[in-house]
Every structure is written in C-alpha cells, then in structure tokens.
Design a protein around this ligand. Structure first.
Ligand SMILES: NC(=O)c1ccc[n+]([C@@H]2O[C@H](COP(=O)([O-])OP(=O)(O)OC[C@H]3O[C@@H](n4cnc5c(N)ncnc54)[C@H](OP(=O)(O)O)[C@@H]3O)[C@@H](O)[C@H]2O)c1
Length: 288
C-alpha cells in the first residue's frame, strides 16, 4: 500500500476534545447546558445504533441528550406535534430526527417543521439557503466532517479538481457546495457525478480529490483513480455483516496519495460535527 491512511477516528477524537473544552467554558459562562433532543420512530436496528452513538458522544463532551422514542405506527400529525413541542422547549437547543422515517410519514414535512435555529443537521431550506450563499448558520455534518478531514490531513484543496460521486441532499450536494465556496479548505473546481453521468471513470480519473458517496460497495476501483489523488470514502454499506465503503480500499490505496478507511474514516467525523452544531445552537439561543 502506498497511500497514507487518513485516520478519522483520531481526528474526531481531537475535535471532540476541543468541543468538550468549549462546552465547559460555555456552561460556566452562561449557565446553560447544551441539549440535543433526538427523535427515533420505529425500531430499525441500525437507526437505534446511530442514535445511541450520538447520545454517547454528547454525554462525553458535556452535552445533554434526550431520546424521544416513538412507535413505528406513529402518525405524521403526532410526530409534528412532538417537533413543535421541542421547537418551543427553551431547554432544547438541537433537534435531530433520525432518518429513515416509517412510510406513512413524509420526511420533508417533518424536517421542514424543525425550527431552523435548532436544525443541527442543517436540512431546513433556510439553513441550506444560507450554506448556498456562503454564510452558514450550521454546517452539514457529513460534508463538514469530510472538509475537516481534508484540512487535518494537509490536503491542498484550493484550485484543485474535486469530483463528488453522489448528489443527495444529505451528502453529495452540500459536499460540492462546501468545496466550491470561497474560504479555507475550499475554492475547489467541483464536478458532481450521479447515476446518469456518462463515462464516469473518465471523470473520476481527472479528480485530485475524489469523494465517493453513492452507497454502492467497493464501486470505485483502482482504474478510476488518478495516481496521487486524495480519496474520501463516505459510503457505509453492510455486506455479510461487515461495513464496507464505496471504494475498493486495497486497490485504490495502491494508487492514491491518501485515503480514508471504512469504518474509522468519515463516520466518526459526522458525529463530531453534530456535537459542534449543537454547541453552536446553544450559543445562538443565548445570543438571541
Ligand atoms: N459516514 C457517514 O457518516 C455517512 C453519512 C451519510 C451517508 N453515508 C453513506 O454514504 C452513502 C451515500 O449516502 P446518501 O444518503 O448520499 O445516498 P443516496 O441518497 O442513496 O444517494 C446516492 C447518490 O449516489 C448516486 N449513485 C448511485 N449509484 C450510482 C452509480 N452507480 N454511479 C454514479 N452515481 C450513483 C445517486 O444518483 P441519482 O441521484 O442519479 O440517483 C445519488 O445521487 C451511503 O452508503 C450512506 O450509508 C455515510
């Protein structure tokens, strides 16, 4: 293997330590305990694990977390009621509705109902609009986690060609937005690819920075990567009870200059950025 492995676990631990220090200072100065309310509907085991990990991460940095667990039969009106209660609860600073929701509930209706000031996932159209305009209130957790990994690994992004595989609202689209903005670890020339992109490998081979977020196990193979590229693997796919990324790690590590592993790459960063956003939301509640 020639590529340097970018250790997301270690970077996330460092970021969490920094957040814990700021949380302590903030609590001492303001007497306010940052508080994340998580909402879990139904009993999808993977969602339950994600929420549990987020709660644990909160506890470790001094952020209070409460879990609202609702049955899989919950109606949209009942969930909207809960969101409204959390919106008006002054002790709650961040609201996280774990996706996916059961099929009787329209996720857009729910996510739009979360007040933008507590929207720590940065999914609300107002917050997305602020990101588009380069004046974010909250930064989207996974894309921001990738950006911090790029910064911490010393990757030069400015003027480079970044190719983002995937155009979802959660990862691909906001990822492209962050990299194309003016600012630190940004100013890239960005190309977005999706399932209709023609000659995909021809495009990916021109990437100085390649970010894979498509949800297809080991889709990115060695022949799709330019020698010396930095490859970030957002994918988390369960294959035979094992977590596998969107990148064929062993092959690509022979060609790339740096690469993130799965697990232990982007995943821990996503949670660290959620903590950061919850702290930001608590600070906003004091300022407003
Ligand atoms: N590590 C983390 O913290 C974290 C966080 C979020 C997501 N993830 C993982 O990241 C992956 C992507 O998540 P997501 O929510 O963005 O997924 P998604 O909503 O399913 O979007 C997938 C995107 O990939 C594109 N795509 C699918 N197959 C493709 C192909 N063969 N060639 C080119 N493009 C293709 C789709 O194109 P179309 O738009 O044309 O359909 C779509 O834009 C998943 O594995 C997910 O589990 C990880």
């Amino acid at each position: 293997m020639t590529a340097r492995v970018i250790d997301g676990k270690a970077v996330a631990a460092k970021v969490r330590e920094q957040i814990a220090d700021v949380v302590e200072q903030f609590r001492n100065q303001s007497n306010v305990e940052p508080h994340l309310a998580a909402v879990l509907v139904g009993d999808d085991p993977a969602s339950a694990i994600y929420v549990r990990n987020k709660e644990r991460a909160c506890e470790k940095v001094g952020i209070k977390s409460t879990l609202h667990r609702l049955s899989g039969e919950t109606t949209q009106a009942q969930l909207l009621d809960l969101v409204q209660q959390l919106n008006s609860d002054r002790s709650v600073h961040g609201i996280l509705v774990q996706l996916p929701l059961p099929q009787q509930i329209d996720p857009i209706a729910i996510l739009d109902a979360v007040t933008p000031l507590k929207d720590v996932d940065a999914f609300h159209p107002e917050n997305v609009g602020l990101i588009v305009q380069g004046r974010p209130r909250f930064l989207p957790c996974t894309p921001r986690g990738v950006q911090v990994l790029l910064a911490e690994s010393g990757t030069d992004v400015s003027g480079k060609h970044a190719v983002v595989l995937g155009r979802s609202e959660i990862v691909g689209k906001p990822m492209a937005l962050l990299l194309m903005q003016k600012g630190e670890t940004a100013n890239a020339t960005v190309t977005i690819c999706h399932s209709r992109t023609q000659n995909l490998a021809d495009v990916t081979r021109t990437a100085d920075i390649l970010i894979a977020a498509i949800g297809s196990p080991e889709f990115v193979t060695g022949d799709m990567v330019k020698p010396g590229a930095v490859v970030i693997d957002v994918g988390t796919n369960r294959v035979n009870d094992k977590l596998v990324g969107d990148v064929a790690f062993d092959q690509v590590a022979e060609i790339a200059a740096a690469i993130t592993p799965v697990p232990g790459g982007v995943g821990p960063m996503t949670i660290a950025m959620l903590l950061q956003n919850t702290l930001t939301a608590a600070k906003l509640s004091v300022d407003s």
